[in-house]
Design a protein around this ligand. Structure first.
Ligand code: NAI
Ligand code: F6P
Length: 384
């Protein structure tokens, strides 16, 4: 069985590629990073290390790679694959869509079998977004055919994989925990399950629980830690006041999740405690600049801060702590992150209020907007 995975980065090698390989797939990675592609082609294997006391090592074999900029190679790989997955970043999905569309056309012409394409990104409806990009490259007749033979089930993926600092470009150290949940209701009947994947018929509670707990909590630690000058999440989580603020943030999202989806309160509290323990894993070094990366994406309306804050407001709560994290995100100033530089430039040009309104889409005058600006002003006072 052949799997094609877009993105041979940290999640690609350390999570999705590993699980696919363990399920018996020969994995081909498509990536634009020439170093990674050449190393995968030459060696055909790599090592995943689990960040625990035992430092257990898992060997991933039978892998190779193609150059993601080679349109013919990408289309052929899509045409021949039994499963396609991605972990490139949700904003990159539009860039891989044309190659996937050409591959689908080839599959249709060859009479190839059904195909699942699963985007493993931190976003609600990642595969659905990818489908829209792909279908934008197909004419009406091809779209109709593609709908019969290609499905795009949405997914939630959870495993902390920090930036890697090894001599070997393929080596990857990952936290032991993982969760990969896939929407089975969008899959063709008789699909072959991937070992370790949890298939569910209603994905929304899982993706929102994950995004609004793991990702909201993690970025809270990053943005609040950054304000205090910490360089890593581990340092930030060594500060009791930050841990208190992360917990207060997750209390707000937790209230929304429990009310919306009927999660058991005590179980949800255990889920939060487990996640706080994962953030603290001292076998990992996770830079706040990685976890806070892409602040514009993180401040966008459908993401981990704005969405639960507006849901909380609609339910009659006052999401003060989520607003504080959004305000802290506006102070995330990291020159190597293009979204951070864009955000800082916007604050210089238009002011923090207009910037917050533009990127969060929360209108000025909305009570949550007022909370963000109150926090922004008190952070400014503290920094004087
Ligand atoms: N690292 C983590 O802890 C987690 C990350 N995620 C999500 O997984 C996705 C990937 O994240 P990471 O692996 O951390 O990022 P990464 O930066 O390590 O990997 C992304 C890879 O995609 C490649 N890429 C970029 N453009 C491409 C293109 N046009 N075609 C093919 N490959 C391309 C890059 O060269 C890179 O190797 C993101 O959506 C992220 O939100 C989800 C859960 C955990
Ligand atoms: O690109 P993003 O959304 O920051 O993704 C990385 C995040 O996902 C996580 O791995 C959680 O699954 C966190 O480590 C990290 O904060």
């Amino acid at each position: 069985m052949k799997a094609l995975h877009f993105g041979a980065g940290n999640i690609g090698r350390g999570f999705i590629g590993l699980l696919l390989s363990q399920s018996g797939y020969n994995v081909t990675f498509s990536d634009v990073n020439k170093t990674l592609v050449a190393a995968l082609q030459q060696r055909g294997e790599y090592t995943v290390t689990l960040a625990n006391d035992a430092q257990e090592q898992l060997q991933v074999t039978g892998v190779t790679a193609i150059d993601g900029t080679d349109a013919d190679a990408v289309a052929s790989a899509v045409a021949e694959a039994d499963l396609v997955t991605t972990a490139v970043g949700v904003n990159i999905l539009k860039h891989i869509a044309a190659g996937i569309a050409r591959g689908i056309e080839k599959r249709i012409a060859n009479g190839a079998g059904q195909l699942h394409i699963i985007a493993c990104e931190n976003a609600i409806g990642g595969s659905t977004q990818l489908k829209e990009h792909v279908f934008g490259h197909l004419d009406e007749a091809a779209q109709a055919k593609a709908s019969e033979v290609v499905a795009f089930p949405d997914a939630a993926v959870d495993r902390i994989v920090p930036l890697q600092h090894h001599e070997d470009p393929l080596a990857v150290t990952v936290e032991p925990f993982y969760e990969w949940v896939v929407d089975a209701s969008a899959m063709f009947e008789g699909y072959k399950p991937v070992e370790g994947v949890h298939y569910v018929n209603h994905l929304l509670p899982y993706i929102e629980r994950k995004l609004f707990t793991v990702n909201t909590g993690h970025c809270a630690a990053a943005y609040l830690g950054n304000l205090k000058g910490y360089e890593t999440i581990q340092q930030a989580m060594g500060d009791d006041s930050i841990v208190g603020e992360v917990k207060a943030t997750l209390k707000e999202t937790g209230a929304v999740l429990v009310a919306r989806y009927g999660f058991d309160q005590a179980e949800h509290e255990k889920y939060i405690e487990k996640i706080i323990g994962r953030f603290r894993n001292d076998h990992l070094t996770d830079e706040v600049t990685r976890v806070g990366r892409s602040p514009i994406r993180k401040l966008s309306p459908n993401d981990r801060l704005v969405k639960p804050a507006l849901q909380a407001h609609e339910m009659g709560m006052e999401p003060k702590q989520l607003a504080k994290v959004m305000a802290a995100a506006l102070y995330f100033d990291y020159a190597d992150d293009p979204e951070s530089t864009e955000l800082q430039q916007s604050i210089k040009d238009k002011g923090a209020g207009q910037t917050a309104a533009d990127y969060t889409s929360i209108p000025e005058g909305h009570p949550v907007f007022a909370l963000i600006m109150e926090s922004y002003a008190s952070i400014a006072d503290e920094r004087k």
